[in-house]
Design a protein around this ligand. Structure first.
Ligand code: IPE
Ligand code: IPE
Ligand code: MG
Ligand code: MG
Length: 323
């Protein structure tokens, strides 16, 4: 955030966060590094590269913000664990999607092969639960396990739906709910699992759904310098997302394409045809509505004003990133 261009209430919130959030985020980074070290040279290079490639660290930030400045070790641990699960799913996702690029760099499956990528993903998954297990956070283990199962079911559903141009918007949304929203939902409650704040859960779920919708728009628009991957990556692996589901209603010729016979150039040309129908605005607007509803839920939660504002800023940031 550029502090000179944001209004004073926002800077005030950022300053308040400055007093505690950066140090905790750094603690998470340190743990991530420590956790993937020391498990054999076969996995070290690829696991280390996954960490070093960066990423927005959005989920750990949600964990820390939702739990607040008063939360202790358990929140840092949970934030670390959730980022590990996120990274594990990305490594496995790139195997399933046969993706060449992630965060602007070759994926592990592209660089080191499928076997190595599966093993690195497994390592990251198992380290996540080892981290949570350290002080017996049983409820936390259950929450993260539930989210991980959701992710797996979502990825399976996506494979089952692959190359099918006829899938419905509802089916697509159900997939997004499983593969992305569940982990966001988990992030918003796992730092302080005994608070029982359902409004935070609803917030995380809405934000996560919007996040996936907007990621799917970005797959159509690029640009690659910004997304770290080529346009049309979803089409190339047969993943039909909301932009195409809506676009095929407006441009019936899009209903005739054979998704199994695309190359990178044709996929980009289809992205242009999807854009030309005007549906991207519709998807962005729908995502915006979901974020609005998520923020409304947040205001019904029992968290304090500072955390409320910080979480709203994160929610706005998610939308802004894609506008
Ligand atoms: C990518 O998530 C996977 C989706 C759910 C769309 P992020 O965009 O948060 O990935 P990184 O960690 O910032 O690379
Ligand atoms: C999100 O789906 C992946 C997971 C939630 C595991 P995508 O397949 O759209 O994510 P990207 O585009 O590869 O980051
Ligand atoms: Mg993918
Ligand atoms: Mg994507």
């Amino acid at each position: 955030v550029n502090r000179t261009t944001v209004p004073p209430p926002v800077t005030m919130v950022l300053d308040a966060a400055d007093a505690w959030l950066p140090a905790r985020m750094e603690a998470v980074e340190e743990r991530l590094r420590a956790l993937v070290e020391g498990h054999g040279s076969a996995l070290a290079a690829d696991a280390g590269a996954t960490l070093a490639a960066g990423g927005k660290r959005l989920r750990p930030m949600l964990v820390l913000l939702s739990a607040g400045p008063g939360a202790g070790e358990a929140a840092v641990r949970a934030a670390t664990a959730i980022e590990l699960v996120h990274m594990a799913t990305l490594v496995h996702d790139d195997v399933l999607d046969a993706a060449p690029l992630r965060r602007g760099r070759p994926t592990i499956v592209a660089r080191s092969g499928r076997a190595r990528a599966l093993a690195v993903g497994d390592l990251l998954f198992s380290r996540a639960f080892a981290e949570l297990g350290k002080d017996g956070g049983r409820r936390q283990v259950e929450l993260l396990s539930r989210a991980s199962v959701g992710l797996a079911l979502g990825e399976l559903a996506q494979r089952r739906d692959a190359f099918d141009l006829g899938i419905s918007a509802d089916r697509y949304l159900e997939r997004c709910e499983l593969k992305t929203a569940r982990l966001f939902e988990c992030a918003c409650v796992i730092g302080d699992p005994d608070s029982g704040d359902e409004a935070l859960e609803v917030f995380g779920q809405g934000l996560g759904l919007a996040f996936q919708l907007l990621d799917d728009v970005l797959d159509v628009t690029g640009p690659p310098e910004r997304t770290g991957k080529a346009r049309g990556t979803d089409l190339l692996d047969g993943t039909v997302t909301l932009p195409l589901i809506l676009a095929r209603e407006r441009d019936h010729s899009l209903g005739e394409i054979d998704l199994r016979r695309l190359d990178a150039d044709v996929a980009e040309a289809i992205c242009d045809r999807i854009t030309a129908t005007g549906v991207l605005e519709e998807v962005r607007a729908y995502a915006g509505e979901r974020v609005g509803a998520a923020k409304a839920a947040l205001r019904r939660s029992s968290i304090d004003a500072e955390r409320l504002q910080l979480l709203e800023l994160v929610a706005d940031g998610v939308v802004e990133r894609y506008s």
